[in-house]
Design a protein around this ligand. Structure first.
Ligand code: PLP
Length: 473
């Protein structure tokens, strides 16, 4: 076998990772720019690796957003790492489809063990068990569908809705994937009840209970409560214990979405966030966000896997095997039949870094967040817009004397857009009570203090420039 091309790719990966800081974090192109360069039809005859690779380097790489760049502070990170990449290469080489135990025995058994390792390092309740899903969105959909089936005695899968009027409860700050799942599950977005939050953007339990009672009085069937550990806008933490007790009292499914912040539970000092998790029926977190295991890898834990299997189990003669009674067959634990071998990258990451190595990295990111929070607090013309629980800092620029919300919003929108246009930093916004807020999250493997200091300098300079332009206009 001629490995020249492989070696070239490995060299490229090595220099890409080293040179990342010298690249722009996002490209300055308009929609359609790449499409225009691509031939409209597949080639009739095969091309050489060199031709393909040349185009990869000239057309694809310069037009990518570099998520592993140290100046990527947008959304939440989707952090990778060398061990994760090593496993990916092997996963691709094995080319296995891991839907049944017989289709990849080692993959199923490694996945079982990896879920146990994750449960242990995050100190999750011992009765939780689960499997790897592609995304937290799928996991939340699984939770809603499982709750729907449990409450309808597995009847909706068979007969469709029979007039049930289910209600789903979550906070106003919950991720959009909750609303999507409510739509897909046939419950309908109109039956998603968004509960008010407190000054820390955490769900107010009293408001939750009032909403459930009002719905019962109105003849609705309360179904599921979805709490969040680490909301997308601000990493707010819902009071899991109080919500769990309410969910249990009214016999509702309790799902906890810790897609991003779940990784921080590896730190004993962050475990306050998961207090009361023993009340949860399901819990999801994404190693593909903050645990250095590249996309996709979402760990979905449930109290009772039988409900999952009853909801998603399907029979087909061509899928039956002699060992079905004795194995997990993860095809029945989620939506898709086919499954990637995702456990291998988790195994490589956890073994290479060790739990201690992961803890150190997460603590370093939290330290970066704290440092940036201090800069914002110390700058008279910047405002902190939400408490900083981990490494996400929400802030805005408010020049002295400016007090109307529309002008402040416009100035901050301009600030973010101008900063992103430089290609030297990538930030994303959110909305908090009608206020335009800039989010900054240093959370990938390359995040570091030098880059963050330079980013802060860049943000201040751009803010001053825009303010001068505004005053001179
Ligand atoms: N839940 C929360 C709190 C999130 O922040 C996100 C994404 O950022 C999601 C769910 C969706 O994650 P995924 O892309 O894995 O579906």
């Amino acid at each position: 076998m001629d490995l020249t091309n492989f070696l070239k790719i490995l060299d490229w990966i090595d220099s890409y990772r080293q040179n990342l800081p010298t690249l722009d974090v996002n490209p300055s192109i308009v929609p359609g720019a790449v499409l225009q360069q691509l031939p409209t039809a597949a080639p009739e005859k095969g091309e050489t690796f060199d031709q393909i690779f040349k185009d990869f380097e000239s057309m694809i790489v310069p037009n990518m957003t570099h998520w592993q760049h140290p100046d990527f502070y947008a959304y939440f990170p989707a952090s990778n790492s060398l061990p994760s990449l090593e496993a990916e290469l092997l996963t691709a080489a094995l080319g296995a489809q891991c839907m049944l135990w017989v289709t990849s025995p080692a993959a199923e058994e490694l996945e079982i063990r990896m879920m146990e390792w994750l449960r242990s390092i995050l100190d999750l309740p011992p009765h939780l068990t689960g499997c790897i899903q592609d995304t937290a969105s799928s996991a939340t959909l699984c939770a809603i569908l499982s709750a729907r089936e449990l409450q309808s005695d597995f009847g909706i899968n068979e007969n469709g809705f029979q007039g049930q009027r289910f209600r789903v409860y979550t906070s106003t700050q919950a991720h959009s994937s909750v609303e999507k799942a409510v739509k897909i599950s046939g419950i309908g977005a109109a039956n998603l009840v968004k509960i008010a939050v407190d000054e820390n953007y955490a769900l107010i339990p009293v408001a939750l209970e009032s909403a459930i009672k009002a719905d019962l009085d109105a003849g609705f069937s309360p179904l599921i409560v979805i709490g969040t550990i680490g909301t997308t806008s601000t990493t707010a933490v819902d009071p899991i214990e109080a919500i769990g007790k309410i969910a249990n009292k009214y016999k509702l499914w309790f799902h906890v979405d810790a897609a991003y912040a779940g990784t921080a539970l590896i730190l004993p000092e962050c475990r306050w966030m998961s207090a009361g998790l023993e009340h949860a029926d399901s819990f999801v977190f994404n190693p593909h966000k903050w645990m250095f295991t590249h996309f996709d890898c979402s760990a979905y834990f449930v109290k009772d896997p039988l409900i999952l299997r009853q909801t998603f189990g399907i029979q087909a003669a061509y899928l039956n095997t002699a060992v079905d009674e004795n194995v997990a067959n993860f095809r029945d634990w989620g939506i898709a039949l086919g499954r990637r071998f995702r456990a291998l990258k988790l195994w490589f990451v956890m073994r290479s870094f060790g739990v201690e190595g992961i803890r150190d990295r997460i603590r370093a990111h939290i330290f970066l967040g704290k440092w940036f929070e201090n800069q914002i607090e110390g700058a008279p013309d910047f405002e902190l817009m939400a408490p900083v629980f981990l490494n996400l800092v929400c802030f805005r620029f408010v020049p002295n004397g400016m007090d109307d919300v529309a002008s402040i919003n416009k100035l901050n929108k301009d600030l973010l857009e101008e900063l992103n246009r430089t290609g030297k930093i990538f930030l994303t916004p959110t909305d908090l009570n009608g206020q335009y807020v800039i989010r900054l999250v240093p959370g990938n493997e390359q995040s570091n203090m030098n880059s963050l200091q330079a980013a802060w300098e860049r943000i201040r300079q751009m803010a001053r420039t825009l303010d001068k332009l505004r005053l001179n206009a």
